[in-house]
Design a protein around this ligand. Structure first.
Ligand SMILES: Nc1ncnc2c1ncn2[C@@H]1O[C@H](COP(=O)(O)OP(=O)(O)O)[C@@H](O)[C@H]1O
Ligand SMILES: [Mg+2]
Length: 475
């Protein structure tokens, strides 16, 4: 029991003693029975009082505990609380947290106008808040946010939560107001707002950039489409041109083939003419000359001395005609095959033109094909050697020619090389197309090789000889 309770009890004891002294005075006239009855009554009463006293003491302890609890709650609360007089606008009581928030001692706050802490821009907001509390029923709550300024000049933002209550007198009105510091929350909110604004600005900028980029892309796309269309048209033109070129190429190939065939046929006809007509005529002349040999003239001269040299010349002419006929008809190929025909040709050229021809061959079959038809590739090889040797005889002014003919990996490799005076092949081939009466030997060689799917090439320089190459597929 604390000191306050003890002093209260001693006061009560003193009061009962004095009452008892007063009773003693009146008890003097009482009978013994009445006195006993009275004493009994008093004892019962005393017991009742003692019990009541105990109950009172227990209740007092409870009250004390509760008071302490609320005192602590009020004083140690982390949120600021203050009692506000709605009529005077002054702070009536404030807890330490409130004082801390406002930067002043708790006792120093009592009687202070709350509005002195409110920054000018928020005065109206607080007036409005106050008005709402005044007009509301007791116990209703209202919120409001304010910016405050402490005595030291620092500022803070607070959230006010106010409850309207009755004041000590019947007419007075008060408000319990809690004060929560929301400075950080506000700063965070401000920062958030700023970030949001920055972000929005960036989004706007980016959107604008994207719109521009999109426009650029649309233009680019348009250009690409146009370009595409142009290239499609070009491709079509190219396809048409290619088709035309292909047709022209086919036409040219066809004409070349026809030309070479015609050439072969003409050669053959001339060869036969030479062999049959001229040969037989010359044979007839020779027979007539044979008859003249035994005739004597009137002066007794023997004609044989004149006829024999004529017959010898005739024999030479007949042999030459036969050789030319053979070379023109190329039937030697039919009869003997490629290699013997080439050898025959070389022998003929060597005999007539006093030229030494070196022949090197590898992998070339000597016999003619069994069906006795002239193989187109054999004929091509034969004609190239023939034309090249003719050119050597006509232009090269040399006495030596080297011929290589090799069959390797399904292709013939033919080369005819002379070390004669040569010619400017580059200039010849450049000018050739312009000249309507151009020589045709080399052109026909090229056509023949192209017709059998081969490759033809000439290398020649003035003073450096001439080299003719041909690669012809064997199949
Ligand atoms: N082996 C060679 N040596 C020097 N000049 C040559 C040789 N072969 C060809 N030529 C030159 O190339 C020209 C063309 O020859 P070619 O096309 O065979 O036609 P052609 O024999 O009818 O003149 C010849 O006129 C000649 O000037
Ligand atoms: Mg020629």
């Amino acid at each position: 029991m604390d000191y306050q309770n003890k002093s209260k009890i001693s006061v009560l004891r003193r009061k009962s003693n004095s009452l008892q002294q007063e009773d003693d005075v009146t008890l003097k006239g009482l009978s013994e029975e009445d006195a006993e009855h009275l004493v009994h009554e008093l004892r019962v009463h005393q017991l009742e009082l003692a019990m009541q006293n105990e109950e009172l003491l227990a209740a007092q302890v409870k009250i004390e505990q509760s008071r302490k609890k609320y005192y602590n709650l009020y004083n140690l609360a982390p949120v600021g609380f203050f009692t506000f007089n709605l009529k005077t606008g002054r702070i009536e009581d404030a807890n330490p947290a409130c004082a801390r928030l406002l930067g002043i001692r708790s006792s120093g706050l009592r009687g202070v106008y709350f509005s002195r802490f409110i920054v000018p821009e928020f005065q109206d907001a607080f007036c409005f808040h106050k008005k709402r509390i005044c007009e509301s029923v007791d116990g209703s709550t209202h919120q409001c946010q304010l910016d405050l300024i402490r005595l030291d000049g620092t500022s803070l933002s607070v959230q006010l939560e106010s409850v309207a209550i009755k004041g000590p007198s019947d007419t007075s009105r008060q408000a319990y107001i809690s004060l929560a510091d929301i400075t950080r929350a506000k700063q965070a909110e401000e920062a958030l707002k700023k970030t949001k604004l920055d972000l929005e600005a960036r989004v706007t900028d980016r959107t604008y950039e994207l719109i521009l980029k999109n426009q650029e892309l649309t233009t680019l796309n348009q250009q690409l489409l146009e370009e595409n269309e142009r290239s499609r048209r070009c491709q079509m033109t190219l396809e048409i041109q290619t088709e035309e070129m292909l047709a022209a190429y086919k036409q040219r190939n066809y004409l070349s083939r026809k030309f070479v065939e015609l050439l072969e046929r003409e050669r053959h006809a001339i060869g036969r003419e030479l062999h049959d007509e001229i040969g037989q005529t010359l044979t007839g002349v020779s027979m007539h000359l044979e008859g003249l040999k035994h005739i004597r003239t009137a002066d007794g001269t023997d004609l044989s001395d004149c006829v024999v040299p004529i017959q010898e010349l005739l024999m030479k002419a007949m042999k030459r005609a036969r050789d030319i006929s053979h070379s023109l008809r190329a039937e030697v190929l039919e009869r003997f095959g490629l290699l013997p025909s080439i050898k025959n040709l070389l022998e003929d050229v060597q005999n007539h033109f006093n030229i030494k021809i070196h022949l090197f061959t590898k992998g070339i079959a000597g016999l003619a094909s069994e069906d006795l038809k002239i193989n187109e590739k054999d004929l091509t090889i034969y004609r190239i050697i023939q034309e090249s040797l003719t050119n050597v005889v006509k232009y090269a002014e040399t006495k030596e020619v080297f011929i290589n003919l090799i069959l390797r990996e399904k292709a013939f490799y033919l080369s005819i090389e002379d070390n004669g005076k040569g010619f400017d092949y580059l200039q010849f081939s450049t000018n050739q197309d312009k000249d309507p009466r151009r020589p045709l030997g080399i052109t026909i060689m090229r056509e023949r090789v192209a017709m059998v799917g081969g490759v033809f090439r000439i290398e020649s320089q003035p003073g450096a000889g001439t080299h003719v190459f041909a690669e012809i597929p064997a199949d």
